[in-house]
Design a protein around this ligand. Structure first.
Ligand code: SAM
Length: 280
């Protein structure tokens, strides 16, 4: 029996294997006045499989600003509402933080039924250090923006976790290898908890080659986990990333030699490494 206190419940659902829906998730989902979900057509079959017949309300990235006050009004009127995502933990690369913020600001309880999250499953399967990690979500879709983001992350010493879409996985691994270095260790986790689950470990170059060569390995959903740099190398890499950023800006106005000299002086990166950038 659920506590009758009006509550916004954040309920995790499976990332591919229905057996992973927790018993408490089922209990909460059966008890609420409504379930807010990203795509009602997507969530209905899962809920039906567990005999959960509650009204569904659309809550997704395109309507979250309008839908938030409406849900808070229902909570304020005494109803309990559950928020689920298409898969996994809501709010992780999915909408919801505005609703949590507004609900708590209205003095209403927010609680969670935790469960699957692709980032955490991939991290734990990676065999890379888990004591500190950075979740980076999806990289920008446009090549220049993605490359700039990766340049800024190349010096990170924590293990990094990325989500990636199937049509960009090969490109993503190539960009990671060119910015982080082809020998950096990484893991590509595909179709986690599903029939075709695969977890490949290797250097970024090896993974790019392996996945690029096999069309089947490019199907499904992906998480990429990348080893962080050791602390001292991280400081060098941060200087290099800053140097490259400066070089690119300065080279628009100055000769390459002058741009490299000034970028090296400001960032502390070796000038020759920036010339490498100039030649690319
Ligand atoms: N909220 C979800 C979670 O807790 O993991 C993530 C939602 S995000 C919109 C969807 C992305 O998560 C996919 O593009 C993929 O990168 C990753 N993902 C979700 N399920 C996955 C799975 N079974 N195997 C690998 N990656 C998965």
């Amino acid at each position: 029996m659920q506590d009758p206190t009006p509550t916004l419940w954040l309920v995790a659902t499976p990332i591919g294997n229905r057996g992973d829906l927790a018993p408490r998730a089922v209990e909460v989902l059966r008890s609420v006045a409504a379930i807010a979900c990203e795509d009602t057509r997507h969530s209905r079959p899962l809920l039906a499989a567990f005999g959960i017949e509650r009204p569904l309300v659309a809550y997704h990235e395109h309507n979250e600003r309008e839908a938030t006050p409406k849900l808070v009004a229902r909570l304020s009127a005494g109803e309990s509402i559950a928020l689920i995502a298409d898969a996994g933990t809501p709010l992780v690369s999915d909408p919801g933080w505005r609703l949590v913020d507004a609900t708590r600001a209205a003095g209403i309880r927010v609680s969670a039924v935790p469960g699957p999250c692709a980032a955490i499953v991939a991290l734990t399967l990676s065999g890379l250090p888990t004591d500190r990690f950075a979740f980076e979500g999806f990289l920008p879709a446009k090549a220049a923006a993605r490359r700039a983001r990766l340049d800024a992350l190349a010096g990170e010493s924590r293990t990094q976790v990325f989500y990636e879409a199937r049509h960009r996985i090969v490109e993503c691994l190539a960009d990671l290898a060119s910015t982080f270095g082809s020998t950096r260790r990484a893991v590509v986790a595909r179709e986690l908890t599903k029939l075709h689950e695969t977890v490949y470990a290797g250097t970024l170059a090896e993974l790019g080659e392996r996945i690029g060569a096999c069309a089947d390995d490019q199907l499904g959903e992906f998480v990429v986990v990348v080893e962080g740099l050791p602390e001292d190398a991280a400081a060098d890499a941060a200087r290099l990333a800053e140097g490259r950023r400066l070089y690119r800006a300065l080279a628009k106005e100055l000769k390459p030699s002058a741009a490299a000299r000034i970028a090296a002086e400001i960032s502390g990166a070796p000038r020759r490494a920036l010339y490498g950038e100039a030649a690319e």
